[in-house]
Design a protein. Structure first.
Length: 248
């Protein structure tokens, strides 16, 4: 499908402009190769107009309706139709354009839990969401470095830290069951976020806020991007029962 045809059918528009690497205090020495203007436009065809966080939440509301309807629908074929409908108002970028580059419009630091599938719950296609996933959605070094790349090279204007209900990693951090040495490392930052007496729900939200704080506390690139208005960082939780994402 041509760009103009898609532009008529899909939400278009551009999000915040690119980050000037030279303006960053610790600008990385690497950078994206210049991209042809036409390719750049093609890759941005799915960029929602306005606030990218609101766009994620709006898409999620559509997902949530279908998710809840699927729960009440016993017929497998009808369920499949509901599932397919989630993507009805979504957007697609030509694979041939994706083969040449990417221009994601949101970064997600989310849990590895199999029930938290970002493309599904935000009704997004390939090329839209830049993702780092690990159990407990923790801002490990590799996660922060990946987000530095997303923001400074791919010009991603939003990072959303996404936790979820019944998170096993947060439960493990709150518990006292013996863990393997590597799992002990994994829950260490989650434990650092815990507040005594908090419920699991509060602990999950607190862990998201903590991870979001770590992104800027430990990365000058992300801190500078945020303070200059090029980057917004938020945290949210996904409720598995309702399918709804709520900003915390
Ligand atoms: Zn989890």
């Amino acid at each position: 499908m041509s760009l103009s045809r898609r532009a008529l059918l899909q939400l278009t528009g551009t999000v915040a402009g690119g980050l000037a690497l030279s303006q960053l205090p610790h600008a990385p020495t690497w950078a994206a190769k210049p991209m042809a203007a036409e390719l750049d436009r093609e890759l941005k065809v799915c960029d929602p107009p306005g606030d990218p966080l609101q766009a994620l939440l709006e898409r999620n509301r559509g997902f949530s309706k279908a998710w809840q309807a699927m729960d009440k629908e016993p017929d497998p074929e009808a369920r499949m139709r509901l599932q397919a409908g989630i993507y009805k108002s979504g957007c697609q970028i030509d694979p041939s354009a994706l083969d040449q580059g990417q221009r994601p419009w949101a970064g997600l630091l989310s849990c590895a839990d199999a029930r938290v599938a970002p493309e599904f719950i935000f009704a997004s296609g390939s090329g839209e969401l830049f993702q780092v996933r690990s159990a407990g959605n923790t801002a490990f070094d590799e996660a922060i470095a990946s987000m530095e790349y997303a923001v400074s090279v791919l010009q991603v204007p939003l990072i959303l830290v996404l936790g979820h209900s019944s998170c096993g990693a947060v439960k493990a951090a709150m518990g006292s069951d013996p863990l393997t040495p590597l799992l002990e490392e994994l829950v260490k930052p989650i434990r650092a976020s815990l507040v005594s007496g908090d419920s699991l729900t509060k602990a999950i939200a607190g862990n998201c806020r903590y991870a979001a704080g770590q992104l800027t506390a430990r990365s000058a690139v992300l801190r500078e991007a945020q303070s200059s208005g090029k980057l917004a960082i938020h945290s949210a939780t996904f409720d598995i029962a309702t399918g709804l994402v709520t900003v915390v």
